[in-house]
Write a protein that binds this ligand. Sequence first.
Ligand SMILES: Cc1cc2nc3c(=O)[nH]c(=O)nc-3n(C[C@H](O)[C@H](O)[C@H](O)COP(=O)(O)O)c2cc1C
Length: 366
Amino acid sequence: MTAHQLFQPFRLKSLKLKNRIVMAPMTRSFSPGGIPTPQVAEYYARRAAGEVGLIVSEGTVVNRPASSNDAAIPHFYGEKPLLGWKAVIDQVHAKGGVMAPQLWHMGVVAPKNTSWQPPAPFEGPSGYVAPGKIGGVAMTEQDIADTIRAFAQAAAEARTLGFDAVEIHGAHGYLIDQFFWHPTNQRTDRYGGKTLAERTRFAVELIRAVRQAVGPDFPICLRISQWKLQDFTARLAATPAEMEAWLAPLVQAGVDIFHCSQRRFWEPEFTDSDLNFAGWAKKLTGKATITVGSIGLSGDFLGAFQGEASTPSSLDELLRRFDRGDFDLVAVGRALIADEAWTRKIDEGRSSELRGFSKEALATLA
Ligand SMILES: Cc1cc2nc3c(=O)[nH]c(=O)nc-3n(C[C@H](O)[C@H](O)[C@H](O)COP(=O)(O)O)c2cc1C
């Protein structure tokens, strides 16, 4: 197996990557009190030493009282967490790596456990955690303005700390996606509406504020998905036209890269074409895209959480799409948890040495 095409450099604004492999953002919950520990820095530095082109951090939450449901998820605000992140980026750079934090607000979510609760109720566009199910409060216009400011502040901190880009988590049924999705966004003000394009306003204002905070040359990546943790079959855009109406204002607002989350990258997004989600995003916007979902592994990550083990699989179909120009970068999740040297092994064609993934790998920060 050779994958030489993935080992071409990539440039976008101030971002310079040595190859096309991205470490996908993966929550690890090893940051007690929201503070990344020295072990977290070492974990990312090992992936940098393993030749990953761009590391996207686990989701790290912005400064809102209920942006997280887990006390061990890192904060991206406050003196101690930011010092922790400074150690992360310095160690990643020391190993020749490039990194973006994934800025996150969970929105209305179920509590993770009963022993720790955030100091305020979960907040979202309308208080819905899932269709028809209230799990928090509806945000006021002031809450919305403060949340947008919190994302912009975090993005500015990322740049000041020396990170190379930022990723905004707009996927998987969390806050930004709760605005996109009609069942969780029932607002009747300017942040709601019958069309997906109308429900994109919150994200547009947020991206605009982030752009203002980081300046014109600092890359902004937005992670999006059709599927949600609340409903794996949910779809925001049913047609390419709807998808274009969704993404075009986000491009206008300042998105440079769309990180298009699928569970299985080979699944076509619409009928009559085999283009996947990232392929369509690139075709419709002309922007750079990242594909993701079961790259190099036999089973998807939800199966993995249910205990299915995944074994290494061929990259042929990925490379066919990459060679066709469907996407610019490819994000790898579980394979990089299982093996910090995954990228180097792919580069050197050492396929017999690749490792599978089983969920026991999540128990430690190896
Ligand atoms: C343990 C774990 C934690 C994850 N946490 C996040 C997260 O914080 N933010 C996010 O956008 N996606 C998260 N994801 C999804 C991954 O980024 C990725 O899209 C998914 O695992 C599919 O890639 P894979 O098949 O290569 O693992 C997580 C996945 C796993 C396995």
